[in-house]
Design a protein around this ligand. Structure first.
Ligand code: AKB
Length: 321
């Protein structure tokens, strides 16, 4: 496999791990990582890295001319909490960035485009449990509104302009290799670090706030699976519901206590509580399972074990797991 692949927004939580996974498949030199800022992460030293502001069309055009990628993963966005703090910029980056990439896909004959959506497309009137693929969608955050508009835009570009664009509605993503940035689900990453470093965690959500989550190896598997699926199997061109597990801060605390019995959580809900309250508790991902064979490998306990085993040495700890 010798085609070039461009990852935009490569230095974020998902991008960092996706670049590594793609380089393992396609070769270091064929995966071009790009972001508005350079990262020190070792993964970016193995192959090409370019500075790219996706809002700058000339910058994007130059990169596409240079590398002629056959696939583009467009991950650059402001997440839920950050976009609420800068709504105008959140809207501009999330929407104009997507427009630029979809238009470039036509101009440069890019074979496939990946663009992430989110459970943030759902809102207060959405059925909260086992949320179906198609239902009331009334997001009340800038991030969610931009993701829902982006989904409609992707489907439009597929139907009317022939762009092979594929997308997943990610739940909260949890991983040990890279840090999340500005999401409402981020507590579920920092809780593991706090458990190992301080033995306690102060959660910015209330104890019973149940949210859909996905462990990073499953997120990478789903992303690569949908991008590698034959086009006719990808029947939904807005974005697929995707589920891994669902839990509350209280439940993840209990899961960690199994391995670190003295660990405790306290609760101090902030502005992110309202965002979490507008999102589903759990997701029905039957369409992804049916269309391209999606199946997650990790539940809360398996993920907790893996997170702790991998993070403990970083903090000089050894756990008997
Ligand atoms: C966020 O919390 O903003 C993201 C998401 C669910 O899309 N992790």
């Amino acid at each position: 496999m010798s085609e070039n692949i461009l990852v935009i927004g490569a230095c974020g939580q998902l991008g960092t791990e996706l670049v590594e996974a793609l380089r393992n498949i396609y070769g270091d030199q064929h995966v071009i990582a790009s972001d508005i800022r350079q990262s020190n992460d070792d993964v970016f030293k193995a192959g090409p890295f370019e500075t790219l502001d996706v809002l700058d069309k000339n910058n994007l055009t130059n990169l596409l001319q240079k590398y002629q990628p056959k696939q583009v993963y467009h991950l650059a966005a402001l997440l839920s909490a950050t976009a609420e703090a800068q709504p105008k910029f959140g809207w501009t980056l999330n929407m104009d960035g997507l427009f630029n990439v979809l238009d470039a896909a036509i101009d440069f004959k890019i074979g496939k485009v990946y663009w992430p959506s989110s459970i943030a497309v759902f809102g207060p009137n959405t059925p909260v449990n086992n949320t179906p693929q198609n239902c009331v969608m009334d997001p009340n955050t800038i991030y969610g509104i931009s993701k829902l508009a982006g989904e409609r835009y992707c489907e439009y570009y597929f139907q009317k302009r022939g762009v092979d664009v594929r997308s997943l509605r990610y739940p909260g993503l949890i991983g040990y290799k890279s840090a999340p940035g500005g999401g409402t689900t981020d507590y579920a990453v920092s809780i593991y670090h706090d458990a190992l470093t301080q033995g306690k965690h102060e959660c910015f959500l209330g104890p019973q706030t149940e949210l859909p989550m996905l462990y990073m190896p499953d997120a990478l598997k789903a992303t690569l699976d949908i991008m590698h699926a034959p086009a006719e199997k990808v029947k939904i061109r807005s974005s697929y519901n995707l589920a891994g597990m669902s839990f509350s801060p209280e439940e993840i605390t209990t899961a960690i206590q199994k391995y670190i019995p003295d660990f405790t959580s306290s609760y101090k809900p902030d502005h992110r509580q309202a965002i979490a309250d507008s999102w589903p508790n759990s997701i029905d991902d039957a369409e992804a399972r049916k269309d391209w064979g999606w199946q997650p490998d990790f539940d809360l306990d398996k993920m907790t074990k893996d997170m702790l085993v991998n993070l403990a040495p970083r903090y000089g700890k050894s756990l008997s797991i």
